[in-house]
Design a protein around this ligand. Structure first.
Ligand SMILES: C[S@@+](CC[C@H](N)C(=O)[O-])C[C@H]1O[C@@H](n2cnc3c(N)ncnc32)[C@H](O)[C@@H]1O
Length: 280
């Protein structure tokens, strides 16, 4: 992995970027509605567009591409996939290259609307914060990472709550839940309902940094990172407890790094734990 000082030395372009004052674009940029959902803000939209479609940093591969590559390696049937908590859709576009149909669900309306724009080949612009009031202007170019863009029409993007999915969201050969679990109000409810939506031998790919926060999940609903009566329960303990009746764990848990850019000089490094489950 490139270390930080060599990255800074190589990254001579900070002063040559196409920069703009930090103002809202009149067209194309989606202006957020005032909404209590933290994923309905312009900041989140810009950050996730850059995370999904921007360049990689410090030699850490694109997280969504890394996860879908793993998902494909474990899958044996390719009829129907679900990307739950799909955000602005990168993993869903990757899955569409392999699966006959992909459902891509998220609770953020602006994320789903933006993913739909990308799907219908509309121009999607976003800004990337450089410092203070200065931003860099970028656009999403789906052709730069998806080889068969005719297949992306087989994705259904829909605003849905992962804990209360409609019955029609069923019969999956693959379910991917990337960095979703610790953002849910009722993560146990989500996990308990997942197997009934899958075909036997279906693969459930769960990746999470287990960053439990009361802002998203009441403490009484945290799956792990808890110490009831002095005992220690990790999130992985809880996953095994909930999932192992209906799933076989396919491989030991592994670490998947990801980097989310906050400004041109600040980055968030996460190390998610990947677990892979096959429905019995
Ligand atoms: C940390 S982001 C991860 C997004 C994407 N999977 C990724 O890895 O970049 C969490 C996502 O979960 C979505 N989300 C939060 N609560 C949800 C719920 N109840 N149902 C569906 N999606 C939800 C958010 O809108 C957001 O897109």
């Amino acid at each position: 992995m490139t270390n930080i000082s060599s990255y800074a030395k190589d990254n001579k372009s900070l002063h040559s970027k196409k920069i703009i004052p930090n103002v809202k674009m009149e067209k194309n940029i989606i202006i957020n509605s005032q909404n209590k959902n933290p994923y309905e803000t312009d900041e989140m939209l810009n950050m996730y567009l850059n995370f999904h479609y921007g360049k990689s940093f410090f030699d850490v591969p694109n997280y969504l591409k890394a996860l879908t590559d793993i998902a494909i390696r474990h899958s044996s049937k390719f009829k129907k996939a679900l990307d739950i908590g799909c955000s602005v859709g990168r993993a869903s576009f990757e899955l569409s290259q392999y699966f006959e149909h992909t459902d891509a669900l998220d609770y953020s309306n602006q994320f789903i609307q933006t993913a739909k724009k990308i799907q219908s080949n509309e121009a999607v612009y976003y800004t990337n914060l450089i410092e203070g009031e200065i931003s860099e202007y970028k656009n999403v170019n789906i052709k730069s990472f998806i080889s068969d863009t005719t297949k992306i029409k087989n994705i259904l993007f829909n605003k849905s709550d992962a804990c209360y999915l409609e019955q029609s969201f069923s019969n999956y050969d693959l379910i991917l839940a990337a960095n979703l679990l610790d953002r849910l109000k009722e993560p146990a409810l989500f996990l308990k309902g997942i197997s009934q939506r899958m075909n036997s031998d279906g693969v459930f790919i769960l990746s999470s940094p287990y960053t439990w926060m009361e802002k998203y999940t009441d403490k009484k609903n945290w799956l792990g990172g808890i110490t009831p009566q002095g005992s220690i329960i990790t999130s992985y303990d809880a996953l095994k407890n909930i999932l192992s009746k209906e799933f076989t764990e396919v491989q030991p848990p592994s670490d998947i790094p990801y980097i989310i850019q906050e400004t041109s000089r600040e980055y968030q490094l996460g190390i998610a734990e990947l677990t892979v489950w096959r429905k019995k």
